[in-house]
Design a protein around this ligand. Structure first.
Ligand code: NAD
Length: 287
């Protein structure tokens, strides 16, 4: 049977480390790290994510400051808020929950966040730093993927990795992080030809397409490691819903290790958000 990489346990361990860093920072500087969480509109999924992020911040001793704006908020109003948060010395991290309502240009909004407070790692400065391997804040999900992989991989040099999905928030940054470790990375997407054959050559597959059960058993070579980033809520016959990943897990017994959905990448994403917030707070105090 494939080893199940326990994302919940790893997230707990990372959050415990983060809590200790919060305590240490507070002792040294008297400052508790603070995250501003901005939610525009009442998208139900966003509400759930924001509530979870705030609860986890609270557990780790990170102050979270919520800004809830109505769905018809003008772009200028949101930009003003970001400017105030950028200038507020008590705020270390700024998180704008996506998606934003359609009257707001999300790329413009993300560009306005001070890169030093961009705990999601989406600002072009942080994207550039990631692609040049020069520090910066790393997006939370890709950072979580690397930590999960690090628990089963010692040396990435020369390993063949296939990343499925080329989004700015998952696929591309994951590919950059793996390139930094000297893996040979193939980034694939919806237009990739012969994807099962491409995937079958991989030592590591990172699936981030958002297509339930896309990755079948015959796509995965024996002994490969599979990280399932996908999360899709599907309706079951009895009307209830459940979360499923991009991989047909029941067909992956021949893999070396796999991450479950739920309980794999998801918990690590939130734990990495907390860790990034503390990193931003430490750097702001030149630590
Ligand atoms: P996206 O829609 O921005 O990008 C999806 C990518 O997958 C695209 O590059 C597309 O070309 C590719 N793709 C789509 N269908 C494909 C197919 N049939 N074959 C090959 N490639 C295909 O999505 P995203 O924001 O990168 O998210 C991807 C998935 O990861 C979603 O399920 C999302 O919910 C999940 N996600 C999870 C976390 C987490 O914390 N676990 C975080 C972010 C995203």
């Amino acid at each position: 049977m494939a080893q199940i990489i326990d994302g919940r346990a790893m997230a707990r361990a990372l959050s415990a480390e983060t809590t200790a860093r919060v305590e240490a920072l507070r002792t040294r500087t008297g400052h508790a790290p603070a995250l501003a969480v901005v939610l525009v509109g009442g998208d139900p999924a966003s509400e759930v994510y924001v509530r979870r992020k705030i609860a986890e911040c609270c557990k780790a001793g990170i102050l979270s400051v919520e800004h809830r704006l109505p769905a018809d908020t003008a772009q200028a109003t949101l930009l003003d808020l970001i400017e105030r948060l950028n200038l507020d010395g008590d705020i270390d991290g700024i998180l704008i929950q996506l998606p934003l309502p359609e009257q707001i240009d999300a790329a413009l909004v993300l560009d306005r966040i001070d890169p030093a407070k961009d705990v999601d790692g989406f600002h072009p400065v942080n994207v550039g730093r990631l692609s040049t391997g020069t520090g910066g804040l790393v997006p939370c999900t890709p950072l979580g993927v690397m930590k999960l992989l690090d628990s089963v991989v010692d040396d990435y040099r020369g390993l063949d990795v296939v990343v499925i999905g080329k989004s700015n928030i998952v696929g591309k940054p994951v590919a950059m992080l793996l390139l930094e470790r000297e893996a040979t990375v193939t980034v694939t997407h919806i237009e990739t030809r012969g994807l099962p054959d491409v995937a079958r050559k991989a030592d590591i597959i990172v699936a981030a397409a958002g297509v339930p059960h896309l990755v079948r058993g015959y796509w995965v070579k024996p002994g490969a490691i599979v990280i399932d980033v996908g999360i899709t809520r599907i309706m079951q016959e009895d009307g209830s819903t459940r979360l499923v990943g991009d991989c047909a897990m029941e067909e992956l017994a021949h893999a070396r290790a796999v991450t479950p959905v739920p309980g794999g990448v998801g918990p690590m994403t939130i734990a990495c958000l907390l860790s990034n917030t503390v990193t931003a707070a430490e750097r702001a105090r030149h630590e």
